[in-house]
Design a protein around this ligand. Structure first.
Ligand SMILES: [Zn+2]
Length: 111
């Protein structure tokens, strides 16, 4: 899941003036809006496990199509040589990705 951050000038009720706010998105979902001056969060965060589940289900659903497209674009030999290796490392890569995304969604790595 790709989490993007955009900055925008918005009115902060705590600072009582316009300040820079960090808008964090996971795909098309607004996760939270945070004042960079006082740290006030203007929107409750979305449950990170729900977001990750939604993202994983979508990727699982689209996997057969993506594999088929890769087969057609790279050719059978290259596909047969690379896919088994990637399949063995996939659980570890997935674990690392989920761990990183949970940390980002919980705000553990925020500046
Ligand atoms: Zn503020």
């Amino acid at each position: 899941m790709n989490i993007q951050r955009l900055d925008a000038e918005l009115f902060c009720p705590r600072c009582r003036r316009e300040t820079t706010h960090a808008l964090e998105y996971a795909g098309d979902i607004l996760l939270r809006v945070t004042c960079t001056e006082c740290g006030a969060t203007l929107r409750k965060p979305v449950d990170p496990t729900w977001l990750l589940s939604r993202d994983l289900l979508e990727r699982l659903r689209s996997k057969p199509k993506r594999l088929q497209a890769e087969w057609q674009s790279t050719g059978a030999l290259r596909f047969a040589l690379t896919v088994p290796v990637r399949m063995t490392t996939k659980p570890f890569r997935l674990y690392r990705e989920i761990k990183k995304n949970l940390a980002r969604l919980s705000g553990a790595d925020r500046r």
